[in-house]
Design a protein around this ligand. Structure first.
Ligand code: NI
Length: 258
């Protein structure tokens, strides 16, 4: 079945994995494949500028601008001011992201550095009245502490927590982003969460070029493959896949004010 009106709330089309066919993908293949909106997420200052440029160039693209925790060590004084300027003056910049904490990779900046950067970007988003796109890998405790403190609007992308954590996040007003992981054979927690997220708080995402769903696991991901995610979640929730795509797209439009 061909799904329509797909809203991919998290991708990285500035990634070199798309260098060879980015233009044909964003101008033709994705729109023809039923994709109508994508939030393209930056990871640092250079990719913020680049993703803004891509959002101007392609109708389906919006962008989130900010510093990813894996890039925390690269932040220079004044970078967030430049990003804030972009966010204030550009209509297609719809969120601060992707921001958060990543305690998985040992080579990442120290936890205090990551938490300080995350906190400053949460404060920035609140100042600008924008939602945040949150990356939380192996850092649930500190992530939730900061979310309780700053109470931003936003989404926990590629949600990897328990049903209990999901419920607290929803209570804080946050959305839950689910992608390719729900199609993996060993996906237990993500499947439980997919079954229980309130229908008005679920978002679909790819994290392209990463996290391709089964049957493309390990290959380059793109927003069209959200169909596989939607079909799996629809199966888990006992609903029609197109209805799920439409409902979650509505949620995305509400969160990002589109
Ligand atoms: Ni990402």
């Amino acid at each position: 079945m061909e799904l329509q009106r797909i809203f991919d709330t998290h991708a990285h089309y500035d990634d070199p994995a798309f260098d060879e066919d980015r233009d044909v993908l964003l101008s033709e293949q994705l729109p023809q494949g039923g994709v109508t909106r994508v939030v393209n997420c930056a990871v640092d200052l250079v990719s913020s500028a680049r993703n803004l440029e891509l959002a101007h160039q392609y109708d389906i693209l919006y962008c989130a601008l900010g510093y990813h925790p894996e890039q925390a060590a690269d932040e220079r004084k004044g970078d967030l001011d430049v990003i804030a300027g972009f966010l204030q003056s550009e209509d297609k910049a719809v969120a601060v992201g992707e921001i958060g904490l990543d305690y998985y990779w040992e080579e990442n900046a120290p936890r205090e550095t990551q938490m300080d950067l995350f906190a400053r970007q949460l404060a920035l988003a609140n100042d600008l009245g924008l939602p945040v796109i949150i990356h939380d890998r192996e850092a649930h405790g500190d992530t939730m502490d900061l979310l309780r403190k700053y109470r931003p609007q936003g989404v926990l992308h590629c949600f990897s927590g328990s049903v209990e954590m999901m419920k607290e996040a929803v209570q804080l007003g946050l959305y839950i982003g689910l992608g390719g992981v729900v199609t993996f054979k060993n996906a237990r927690k993500a499947v439980e969460v997919a079954a229980e997220v309130p229908p008005d708080r679920l978002l679909l995402e790819t994290d392209a070029p990463y996290m391709a769903p089964v049957p493309f696991r390990g290959k380059r991901n793109d927003s069209r493959y959200i169909s596989y995610v939607a079909e799996r979640i629809a199966e888990i929730r006992g609903m029609d896949p197109q209805e799920l795509v439409d409902r979650t797209a509505e949620n995305g439009c509400r969160l990002f004010s589109l």
